[in-house]
Design a protein around this ligand. Structure first.
Ligand code: MSP
Length: 506
């Protein structure tokens, strides 16, 4: 089946941090998980290159807009490549293909008479690139996410009326309980829909914002950044010029952080509805990584964990695993370099040590061969089949934030069980006793077979580590399939002791 997964496109006013890396890693984990189940996935991520926030950064950078945007966008692109993220298309909203489709859509909605011009006064938060109501602000009159007071703005602008669609949206949410997951965010959106919706200001005068896509019906204005950015999800599919659009859009998933719920779950479905397009099939909403100071990690607040530094210290896979394993579902999660190091050590002790200990034993006692014709007792068989069943079950689940989190939990759980089994049976003692040869072989076979299942299951989370584990067990590379049939390793598998999966760090 063809599926479509997207991440938000990121602003370019700073360097990418762990929060951005997380959503794009999450999409890649989901893509790989789906591929292991035989599904074909089109996955996009990228950068949001217009608007006032980017414009200010350009103005203080000393570079021209193109140079600045290309340099900043490459920082995201290169990081995502380094993180092993297998995106099919990297969105840049400054590309002419995207601009053309945004203008076509604006014209379409304008021709339908859904856009009106009027003067407006409001409070604008540049961090959110959104007008705020006084009730959206904290007790100091500041934006709760950016801790900055929004600026009063008064101008003539174009508006898109949202209120006529409010009841339709409420009904849609109520009749599609899995549309916005976790459910608490669906309730949050329903809360936002209790009051009448204000008209959405979809233009910015060029005198204030020059970095944007010109309105096709008034060259004094550019379009509002969110109207431009949200369209990326369909411009990427060449909406309006692609006869397969409906097929791929029919199974689409938006991954977003909880900070951008309103534009995604209110503006966007209404824009699509006005265009006669169905809403995205589902949203997966995640919470924030909380940096030092106990607040959302963000470029504007300067409390970010630098993913490049983490990769240099701990490698890509430890970072990927940590993020998927430790994000609290439906909530926020703290993160720091020392917590990431703890996560690395956990993987080293759990999976890394297990692999090295059993492989060294095979090298020393079995001439790098998987023991053949072993007679497994009930305990051995049960451990293997329990782990195989556990992973088969996870891979049968519908993908969700919970599924990938459960997968990481099950990897740790299985590693812990196999370590306990290995320690309890002391194969290093059995190896010395010729009368225990059969038992030794059975314990080694059981451990190797469990390691194979764990390595296979880890592939979406930690692709490099999965390759290394499976390669060390003589298993030919990909495409890996979610086939957890047990008792597959045989004497034909050549064992290779390589370097440690998670070497000791300082
Ligand atoms: N450009 C808009 C999105 C437009 S999508 C049509 C934007 N960009 S952003 O650079 O601010 O990135 C927002 C997204 O980055 C969040 O929704 C989330 O996916 C991710 N994160 C940014 N900071 C984060 C954390 N501290 N924690 C977790 N994710 C975070 O909004």
């Amino acid at each position: 089946m063809k599926k479509y997964i997207t991440t938000p496109i990121y602003y370019l006013n700073g360097l990418p941090h762990i929060g951005h890396a997380y959503t794009s890693i999450l999409g890649d984990v989901m893509k790989k998980f789906e591929q292991m189940n035989g599904n074909d996935v089109y996955y996009t991520t990228g950068t949001d290159e217009h608007g006032q926030k980017n414009q200010h950064s350009i103005e203080t950078s000393g570079l021209n807009a193109d140079e600045f945007l290309t340099r900043q966008s490459e920082n995201f692109h290169n990081l995502f490549v380094d993180l092993g993220i297998d995106f099919d298309y990297f969105v840049r909203t400054s590309k002419p293909e995207h601009k053309k489709i945004v203008q076509e859509i604006l014209q379409n909605i304008y021709d339908k008479g859904l856009i009106v011009k009027k003067s407006y006064e409001g409070l604008y938060c540049e961090g959110c690139e959104q007008f705020k109501k006084p009730s959206d602000l904290d007790q100091n009159g500041c934006c709760p996410d950016h801790k900055v007071a929004p600026k009063p703005i008064s101008e003539e602008n174009y508006f898109f009326r949202l209120e006529p669609y409010r009841q339709w949206l409420i009904d849609y949410i109520k009749t599609h309980p899995d549309w916005i997951q976790p459910t608490k965010y669906a309730n949050e959106v329903l809360g936002m829909l209790k009051e009448p919706l204000e008209d959405l200001c979809i233009s910015r005068p060029k005198s204030r914002v020059w970095l944007g896509i010109e309105l096709p019906f008034d060259s004094n204005y550019v379009t509002y950044i969110w109207f431009d950015a949200l369209v990326n999800y369909i411009s990427t599919l060449n909406y309006g010029h692609n006869s397969d659009f409906d097929i791929i859009w029919a199974n689409s998933t938006h991954l977003i952080g909880k900070d951008i719920l309103k534009p995604h779950c209110i503006y966007w479905p209404i824009m699509l509805h006005a265009l006669g397009i169905n809403p995205v099939s589902r949203y997966f909403i995640h919470g924030f990584w909380i940096g030092e100071g106990g607040v959302k990690m963000s470029k504007s607040l300067g409390n970010v964990v630098d993913p490049i530094e983490v990769i240099r210290l701990l490698g890509v896979d430890a970072l990927r695993f940590y993020l998927i394993h430790n994000m609290t579902l439906g909530g926020d999660s703290p993160i720091s370099l020392s917590m990431l190091k703890q996560g690395y050590k956990m993987l080293a002790n759990n999976i890394g040590n297990l692999q090295m200990r059993v492989l060294k034993m095979v090298q020393k006692n079995l001439n790098n061969k998987v023991p053949s014709s072993v007679s497994l007792n009930n305990e051995d068989k049960k451990l293997i089949t329990d782990i195989a069943d556990r992973f088969a079950q996870i891979y049968h689940q519908e993908i969700s934030l919970e599924t990938v989190n459960n997968l990481a939990n099950d990897v740790v759980k299985s590693g812990t069980e196999v370590n306990a089994y290995f320690a309890a049976h002391e194969p290093w003692v059995l190896a010395k006793d010729p009368n225990q040869k059969e038992r030794f072989n059975a314990v080694i076979y059981t451990t190797l077979e469990c390691l194979r299942l764990i390595g296979l299951a880890m592939y979406p989370l930690t692709p490099e580590t999965a390759y290394k584990i499976l390669d060390s067990l003589g298993i030919k590379p990909q495409p890996f399939k979610a086939d957890f049939k047990p008792f597959i390793l045989s004497e034909n598998n050549e064992i290779k002791v390589g370097s440690p999966l998670f070497p000791i760090i300082e």
